[in-house]
Design a protein. Structure first.
Length: 131
């Protein structure tokens, strides 16, 4: 079910500019990378470099969620103007890229005026702070 944008405080909280919270995401990235079989082959220094690179790359992810159902996503790969909508009870966020190829469903774990925590595939969290 789609929603009427800008009608509730939950919509208003979401419709902001967001950026990945680098410090909050670091433990999430470490956990994900350390579970990877390739990481077991790396020495301590290479693990640190890999983790730092992943954290720094993800930290450049920005989203501008707009009340008209559009969202601008910007990262190292470029920019994309996609679309978003809530489910009926506003606990899930559905997003789609402009070409329709990338569709994501996220559980909205936290949504306040300055923090957004989305849980995606394989329970991976994306933790944003207001930009």
């Amino acid at each position: 079910t789609s929603t009427v944008f800008g009608q509730t405080s939950r919509d208003q909280q979401l419709c902001k500019k967001w950026i990945i919270d680098k410090e909050a995401m670091k433990p999430v990235i470490i956990e994900l990378l350390m579970a990877s079989p390739q990481m077991a082959e790396f020495d301590k220094e290479m693990k640190k470099i890999t983790i730092d690179n992943a954290v720094n790359t993800l930290a450049r992810l920005k989203m501008h969620i707009q009340p008209n159902g559009k969202m601008l996503v910007q990262n190292d790969a470029g920019k994309d103007m996609g679309i978003w909508r809530f489910n009926a009870d506003k606990t899930e966020l559905y997003t789609q890229s402009s070409d329709g190829k990338t569709k994501e469903n996220f559980l909205v774990e936290t949504l306040t005026t300055d923090r957004l925590v989305l849980v995606g595939k394989k329970n991976v969290k994306l933790i944003f702070r207001r930009l």
